[in-house]
Design a binder for this molecule. Sequence first.
Ligand code: FAD
Length: 311
Amino acid sequence: MAKRGEAAEAAAVEFARAFETRLGPGRLRRRERLAPYVNWRVGGPAEWFFIARTPADLLAAVRVAREARLPVTVLGYGANVLVSDAGIPGLVILNRTEGVAISGAEIRAESGANLVALARRACEAGIAGFEFLIGIPGTLGGAIVGNAGTREEWIGERVLEVEAVDDRGEVVVWPASQLDFGYRRSRFQRTSDVVLAARLRGYRASRSDIEARMQQMLEARKHQPSGPSTGSVFKNPPGDYAGRLIEACGLKGYRLGGAQISEKHANFILNVGGATAREIRALIELAKAAVRDRFGILLEEEIRYLGTWDT
Ligand SMILES: Cc1cc2nc3c(=O)[nH]c(=O)nc-3n(C[C@H](O)[C@H](O)[C@H](O)COP(=O)(O)OP(=O)(O)OC[C@H]3O[C@@H](n4cnc5c(N)ncnc54)[C@H](O)[C@@H]3O)c2cc1C
């Protein structure tokens, strides 16, 4: 047992050394608490933690971890994840690669680009088609993984191609036709690829029209609950709304510890103070069971679970 512990520590020292050699000293942190980096403000530590500021950082960090056979998890704004209280093993990379370049109606953006900033940049350049991003917190990478959007529009429709690093550390360029975009779905949910950048296409429109549409989108969100959440927890089942079903089960406002099903919108769960990941997950399971028992419908999570769970 003691031998195994020593071997693990030796491997950790070797990984930290390899990481520093490639990415510079003092940038890799050990056992960093993740709650401050995710929207729900819950979750335990990352075994290893690194903030990538450039695409070269991101690629090198992924490669060093792959060489050390450590799992890699990328976090954008953590606006669609529940990190377990036990935390995430391996390397967690906080993606802050934010470069955006515009040419005609095309945008090439790094995967850490902020979606709201992207919508505004497109507007300034007279490129329409990205207005719906104005109300969606997150990075481009997270949006591509989950094909983020509204009921009418989603990011996959705007993607021409995606540059990613695969599980062998090779850079691959995927055309949109191979990305299997569907309702809150993409191929990246089934692989360990890390999204590096994407080429997107909009269409030309007047700035004032684009601004007016963004304003409408923001107005439509005015009634959304505020507070630490991930937006909608569940996907809407065909022909219905997860929020309506949960509300019909009498769960609006239901509270478990510091986690509460929103009183305004039953598909939102809020951290109303001191919630744990376990409490949020228990509330998710409770809502799922209630909807299944009452309506025979199995709700599917839109959010993704990260880290080690003992369920
Ligand atoms: C108030 C509120 C409103 C919201 N409204 C909407 C909405 O209208 N529509 C909608 O679709 N979503 C909505 N969301 C959810 C969220 O904004 C989106 O899912 C967003 O795309 C999350 O981006 P992120 O960068 O924070 O991803 P994260 O939550 O950080 O990550 C999501 C998943 O993607 C993975 N990932 C992230 N970056 C990469 C990368 N570069 N390479 C590989 N994997 C990666 C993560 O490991 C994780 O599995 C809302 C959230 C909030 C809090």
